[in-house]
Design a protein around this ligand. Structure first.
Ligand SMILES: *Cc1c(COP(=O)(O)O)cnc(C)c1O
Length: 368
């Protein structure tokens, strides 16, 4: 790739193929692969990435909200799309655009049935979500009877799948808890399947579930972060390639005298003669203020340059006193070497957050 000449998020589609193939290699051949492309495919680009995943053989896509599914349909994606967290106000749109809802409460189940019936639907595919311990979204075991009653009363919808979500699949200290979630899921799905008289697909694993709980792959898995290059553990991280690199350029270099300050509110004061570089990326681009005041660093000529002072809306200043560099030189905020995960740790957060924070203002470029 040519050196960055402005702030860009470079997306390596070959790395995406690698990650997809690695995750697929963990599955039985018949297990389906749902690619989670919510939040702009974890801050990259849902359209480019969604289409690419469709081409390389993903079976299903998922987004969080209706609007995200509509954008994929507008771009011509034809894979089935599961909407993980829809609201009743969007149910008509979901049906119009062939988007499949997760139904997670009696209220949303009943609302969806009403709208599907009004629209004259027959066997519209829906996915019923069960809470097995995350206590976030989903029906409980005690709802099984009521769900069955509703499903039997109507021909407008059909449960294509039953699913649940793990609370701590990446945490090997919580194996007992996750195994209990798996048992609960099996019990719930056995009961509902026997009551409705047909077998919907079952799925419960996210990326770390795929890696750590092969016994819970069931009929489909739902992978997000792994596709984007992170395995949620130092060992697994080595098997993935981060697909997104955030790059920028040095706009200006300053020499700051001892005692002078840098940036808003004078948050950095030079203890000695300090060479600083100003870089066109700020909190409006997704680089949170917590990366400032020496917490985070960028990489220039493979050397660490700490972010000094406060992160501005459109800029950061970094300390390059001991780094040979010039104006116009490339700056790496994160890439496959200085990873989003490393950077995230410096602000007490996780790769998921820094990736999904990269704002739409940052230009996306693709390595194909
Ligand atoms: C976001 C999400 C996933 C993907 O999780 P990763 O850890 O990124 O693989 C899977 N399932 C549900 C319900 C989700 O919300």
């Amino acid at each position: 790739m040519a050196k960055a000449e402005e702030t860009v998020l470079e997306i390596d589609l070959k790395a995406l193929t690698h990650n997809f193939n690695y995750l697929k290699s963990k599955l039985r051949p018949e297990t389906k692969f749902l690619a989670v492309v919510k939040a702009f495919a974890y801050g990259s680009d849902a359209i480019e990435v969604g289409k690419y995943l469709e081409n390389i053989g993903a079976d299903y896509l998922a987004v969080a909200y209706a609007k995200e599914g509509v954008a994929l349909r507008d771009s011509g994606v034809s894979l089935p799309i599961l909407v993980l967290h829809p609201q009743p106000v969007n149910f008509k749109t979901l049906i119009d655009r062939c988007l499949e809802p997760s139904l997670y409460s009696m209220n949303v189940l009943n609302e969806f049935i009403t709208i599907a019936e009004k629209g004259g639907q027959r066997q519209y595919p829906v996915h019923i979500k069960f809470n097995t311990g995350l206590n976030r979204l989903g029906f409980d075991f005690s709802d099984v009877g009521a769900i069955t009653m509703q499903l039997k009363k109507t021909d407008a919808i059909k449960a294509k799948s039953l699913f649940s979500h793990m609370a701590a699949s990446e945490d090997l200290d919580e194996i007992a808890f996750t195994k209990q979630q798996i048992v609960r899921f099996k019990n719930i799905t056995k009961e509902i399947t026997s009551q409705i008289g047909y077998q919907p697909w079952l799925h419960m694993c996210n990326t770390s579930g795929v890696l750590n709980f092969p016994e819970a792959h069931f009929d489909m898995v739902r992978c997000g972060i792994g596709l984007y290059g992170f395995g949620n553990s130092p060992i697994e991280d080595k098997n993935f390639i981060p697909i997104a690199s955030l790059k920028s350029i040095i706009s200006q270099i300053h020499t700051v005298k001892k005692g002078d300050s840098v940036g808003y509110n004078r948050a950095f004061t030079a203890k000695e003669m300090t060479k600083t570089a100003t870089i066109p990326i700020g909190h409006a681009d997704g680089l949170n203020r917590n990366y400032g005041k020496g917490n985070g660093y960028v990489s220039i000529n493979k050397q660490k340059a700490p972010i000094i002072g406060n992160v501005c809306m459109d800029m950061i200043m970094v300390n390059v006193t001991n780094i040979e560099c010039t104006e116009g030189e490339e700056v790496i905020i994160f890439d496959a070497r200085h990873t989003a995960n490393d950077l995230a740790k410096s602000a007490n957060t996780i790769s998921y957050e820094i990736l999904t924070s990269i704002s739409q203002r940052v230009k996306r470029v693709y390595l194909k």
